[in-house]
Design a protein around this ligand. Structure first.
Ligand code: SAH
Ligand code: SF4
Ligand code: F3S
Length: 440
């Protein structure tokens, strides 16, 4: 049987797309392998949100060149760099056989069988499609217990630094009936937790009946046997009462909200075209806490945006200090093609960007010790997913989306939600003990 291997960069949407392609290939008789050396087809799912992942793509493709030479296998590139560069990829890396933008990925199985090479498809209008998941349920592909489901793709926001609207096209929502059907199949195959994906889930709108995102969450909770629901990402300008209330009213919606602030300074937020002020943002955080006092908050930040002064960066530090996030993701600004910010002078020196990034991450490291201190001694519920890297215990995620290593866990706990008493807070994870209920 012919084998394929997929290497995925970038965000959860790419993970979902890799899974879609994997299922389609499996339906055509291909076998998935975790070992590139065994593969007849290597697919790289690429990300272009910053320059670093783009460079990674080139080095990754280079790593597979010896295999290409010795075995004659095929190498395909899919995802956002494929959309951005199209045929240029073949000019840069002539041994690539296929380039598929996100709207062309459904063609991969056909092209793999009978394509004329090199094959390139990245037309912008093909981005405006309705995603179809093959009839066979997936579940078993990358994680047997937790899965992603894209509810909308594309983005209409055009934040001035961001390439996503250019490589993913305009916002398109999937029909809620199709989403529900997909989730039911996942539940039947053993999935306990689904994370709903969109660049801006607040603007979800069912194309058939206009249902909102909050209504979709209620429906999923009521009509499926899913144990846990999560979602990313919500845009602060659109986050409102209805969604905040969902955290109070939907028992299986997990208490975790990723609401990316990007900066703590109003002049920079305006230049970023984020369309909210720091004051609005703080109000949204308070709104989330009003309905779910124990909610875990997280955010993305960009440091060294064009023209960002030291004082403006310090406003970001103040915001992180004030909010008390459970976790943050921070990035050095990276100019991207097509974007408005690319035309602004990238004037914060690289060393200064790194210095700001480290300062911000150091502050968060100190801050999260206090914030996560609230879990110490508490019993949290953990969906056990896999062996801990050291192999002595099993691990999984708590309701608040934190990884917990569980003393006393056994292999048969995998796939179950077990109560765990938290005994230690580590830098990125927590350690706890499985709570065994005493017989009466
Ligand atoms: N739709 C999501 C995020 C998409 S991209 C949202 O709006 O929050 C993920 C993160 O990458 C962004 O939140 C931002 O922090 C970061 N990012 C995007 N473009 C970037 C750039 N040009 N340079 C540095 N970081 C960037
Ligand atoms: Fe990019 Fe902004 Fe859209 Fe997020 S909301 S994907 S940061 S343009
Ligand atoms: Fe990267 Fe594309 Fe996601 S650019 S962050 S993989 S939408």
């Amino acid at each position: 049987m012919k084998k394929f291997f997929i290497h995925t960069f970038g965000c959860q949407m790419n993970v979902y797309d890799s899974e879609r392609v994997a299922v389609m290939l499996a339906e055509k008789g291909w076998e998935y392998t975790e070992n590139a050396e065994e593969a007849d087809l290597i697919i790289i799912n690429s990300c272009s949100v910053r320059e670093k992942p783009l460079l990674k793509l080139y080095s990754c493709a280079g790593r597979y060149l010896p295999l290409k030479k010795s075995k004659g296998l095929r190498i395909f590139i899919m995802g956002c760099v494929a959309q951005q560069l199209g045929g240029e990829i073949i000019e840069k890396i002539p041994y690539i056989d296929g380039v598929f933008g996100p709207g062309a990925e459904d063609m991969i199985p056909d092209v793999a069988e009978k394509g004329v090479f090199p094959f390139v498809s990245n037309k912008a209008d093909s981005l405006e499609r309705e995603e179809i998941f093959p009839a066979r349920s997936k579940g078993s592909f990358f994680s047997p217990y937790s899965s992603y489901v894209t509810v909308m793709h594309g983005c209409n926001n055009f934040c001035s630094y961001c390439i996503v609207p250019f490589v993913r096209g305009r916002e398109i929502s999937r029909k809620s009936a199709v989403i529900l059907d997909e989730i039911k199949k996942l539940v039947d195959s053993g999935i306990q937790e689904v994370t709903l994906l969109g660049q801006n889930v607040n603007s979800y709108k069912d194309p058939e009946n206009g249902k909102t995102f909050a209504a979709l969450l209620h429906e999923i909770s009521e009509k499926t046997a899913l144990k846990r629901i999560r979602f990313i990402t919500s845009h602060p300008k659109d986050f409102g009462e209805e969604l905040a209330q969902a955290f109070r009213d939907i028992p299986n919606l997990m208490p975790y909200l990723h609401l990316p602030a990007q900066s703590g300074n109003n002049r920079i937020l305006k230049l970023m075209n984020r369309r909210y002020t720091v004051e609005n943002y703080i109000e949204k955080m308070e709104l989330a806490r009003k309905y779910c006092p124990d909610i875990a908050l997280s955010s993305d930040f960009i440091v060294g945006f064009p023209g960002e002064t030291r004082e403006e960066f310090e406003d970001t530090m103040k915001l992180v200090d004030l909010v008390g996030y459970d976790s943050i993701f921070a990035f050095n600004y990276s100019p991207r093609p097509f974007t408005k910010a690319e035309k602004m002078t990238d004037d914060v020196p690289e060393e200064e960007k790194f210095a700001r990034l480290n300062e911000l991450l150091d502050l968060e490291k100190r801050r999260l010790k206090e914030v996560r201190g609230r879990y110490l001694g508490r019993t949290v519920n953990v969906l056990v997913e896999s062996e801990s890297p050291k192999g002595d215990t099993f691990m999984g995620r708590s309701e608040h989306n934190l990884i917990v290593h569980i003393a006393g866990s056994i292999a048969s706990d995998k796939g179950k939600i077990v109560p765990v008493k938290v005994v230690e807070i580590l830098e990125n994870t927590m350690r706890g003990e499985k709570v065994v209920s005493q017989p009466e």
